[in-house]
Design a protein around this ligand. Structure first.
Ligand code: KG4
Ligand code: ZN
Length: 341
């Protein structure tokens, strides 16, 4: 079974061909960093236009790189939301056109489900598992019981972790995209120099909040006035360590809930763009070990948005007969734990 996956919900235009034998035949990711860099963040209209210009080229490249033809496909999957609606529409229209003209099943994948199931392609992961999904748009702790079967244990009440990385990077002018640049700058910084608040620490449940942390960083920057490169590195290191600490604190509660309710669940999985962060991966691995859970994280390049995750989620759905009709509506919002209405 070969499935094409198309992703265009944020600032990556991506297409991949994946087999149900867990082979990645091709994966083409075109990042729009250059388009958005001078604005220090993603501009939705520019993103939509860029997706429209690139999507045909990317799809063609994915087919050529895989050395297949459209007629070899068993289905076409697309991120149908949540995301920037202009981009999502571009992907959905493209996938529908391919499905219609080649008479293929059409599978609308929740972008978050793409992240959630990604590790099942690269690792041996059994349902149910505990998932920390942390990306630019989301920060949630979920139990994954199967495709379309999620129990949300907690989530952010304001910003996502990725958003906080991106905003702090912009404040410190360390470059776009924020996460990787903060991580790089933090390497030469002192994480103990700035004492930042740990939002929600010690509170019951597993909700997150990152907006107060971001404000605290802004405050410290204002107090410093002119920033040296060392000040920036120290701030990046302090901020990164605080985010990781906060996530670990919240996840401890998530693990407790998971282990009480699902005693047969054995794995902790992380996914989404922030899962590319080395310090977070290490901290999660240590926590999992202490709590007697196996830890799995997809390879770095499959943590950030890509077509493979959409194709793989498409395979998981297609195997269960979960396909969509061509009147599927692209959606800007689409909670993972709510069925498609
Ligand atoms: O999953 P993703 O590619 O897109 C969304 O679905 O949002 O996640 C992008 C987010 C951005 O906020 C980016 O700054 C963050 O992931 N990110 C990182 C790292 N690499 C990407 N955050 C921290 N450390 C990283 N190494
Ligand atoms: Zn994503």
């Amino acid at each position: 079974m070969l499935v094409m996956g198309i992703e265009s919900s944020c600032d990556e235009t991506a297409c991949a061909i994946v087999s149900d034998k867990k082979e990645i035949l091709s994966s083409v990711v075109w990042s729009q960093y250059e388009e958005h860099r001078r604005f220090g963040g993603v501009v939705p209209e520019i993103a939509a236009r860029a997706h429209l210009e690139q999507v045909d080229v990317i799809v063609k490249e994915a087919i050529e790189e895989a050395h297949i033809d459209f007629s070899d496909l068993s289905g076409v999957a697309v991120a149908g939301g949540p995301g920037l609606i202009g981009g999502v529409i571009v992907g959905v229209m493209t996938a529908k056109a391919i499905a219609m003209s080649h008479n293929l099943p059409f599978i609308a994948v929740n972008h978050l489900e793409g992240h959630a199931l990604m590790a099942r392609l690269t690792n041996e992961i059994e349902f149910p598992y505990l998932l920390l999904l942390t990306s630019g748009g989301h920060c949630q702790i979920l139990v994954v019981n199967g495709p379309g079967k999620y129990e949300r244990l907690g989530g952010t009440i304001d910003d996502s972790a990725g958003e906080a990385f991106d905003k702090v990077a912009k404040m410190l002018d360390v470059g776009y995209p924020g996460g990787p640049n903060v991580q790089r700058a933090a390497l030469s910084g002192n994480a103990k120099r700035f004492n930042l608040p740990h939002p929600m620490k010690g509170r019951p449940g597993c909700d997150f909040s990152f907006s107060g942390l971001k404000t605290a960083v802004r405050h410290q920057i204002e107090l410093l006035g002119t920033l040296t490169e060392q000040d920036k590195a120290d701030m990046c290191a302090s901020f990164q360590a605080t985010v990781v600490d906060t996530i670990i604190d919240r996840l401890k509660h998530g693990i407790q809930l998971f282990q009480e309710k699902y005693p047969h669940g054995k794995q902790l999985v992380v996914s989404g763009g922030v899962a590319a962060n080395a310090m977070l991966r290490n901290a999660l691995e240590n926590l999992a070990q202490k709590k007697h859970l196996q830890f799995a994280a997809p390879p770095i390049k499959l943590c950030t948005d890509n077509g493979v995750m959409i194709a793989w989620a498409g395979i998981e759905r297609l195997r269960l007969g979960l396909t969509n009709t061509l009147d599927f509506r692209a959606r800007p919002r689409w909670p993972l734990d709510k069925p498609l209405e």
